[in-house]
Design a protein around this ligand. Sequence first.
Ligand SMILES: C[S@@+](CC[C@H](N)C(=O)[O-])C[C@H]1O[C@@H](n2cnc3c(N)ncnc32)[C@H](O)[C@@H]1O
Length: 206
Amino acid sequence: MCDPVQVPNDHSPQDWDSRYDEESQIWSGNPNQALVAEVTSLHPGTALEVGCGEGADAIWLAQQGWQVTAIDISKVALDRARKAADGAGVNVNWRESSIDQLEGESFDLVAASYLPIRKEGQGLARLLEAVAPGGTLLVVHHAEFDPEHAKAHGFDPDDYLTVDEVAADLGPGWAVDVHERREREVSGGAGAHHHEDVVLRARWIG
Ligand SMILES: C[S@@+](CC[C@H](N)C(=O)[O-])C[C@H]1O[C@@H](n2cnc3c(N)ncnc32)[C@H](O)[C@@H]1O
């Protein structure tokens, strides 16, 4: 869930393509601060980034030695991400796909930053299933939304999971290493006015 003013109403691929088409670049182009803080000490392996947008996080992961698959429902965003990866000289397996379509693959790291995950549906289950035994889940999202402001723009935050709700849904096979509200600094882009994140890092110990 992004800024309600800017977020597409329905989070459909068409909505997101239209949003990306409005500007040549939406996000800062820098890797997410929480991703860098939480992943730097991990031993690189396979990684899945869900809702990769313009690709900054996936590219940073690839630069750290991770073998990265990055998915997004927006073709426009993925085209930008591919171009940025080519410019950076890194390989990422970019895939036009929804969180709901994940099936039968598992990764040492599964990361999602500011991804809208519907309460209804299989999105969260698919995300959790994608974490390999011993693997890490990292979910980051804005700490707060103004619900009235959001609803005025056709977007009800109550339809989407918060990071706290994701944490509460983790079963006994999960070890939570980090679950906290944290200040964030971002250099620019459409989300720059959000100053606090909730960060969840958990391991699937089965
Ligand atoms: C707020 S943007 C965040 C992009 C990127 N993670 C970042 O932090 O810069 C959310 C992204 O999730 C994508 N998205 C929305 N619904 C999705 C879904 N069901 N499956 C995969 N990606 C989705 C959008 O196209 C968009 O690129």
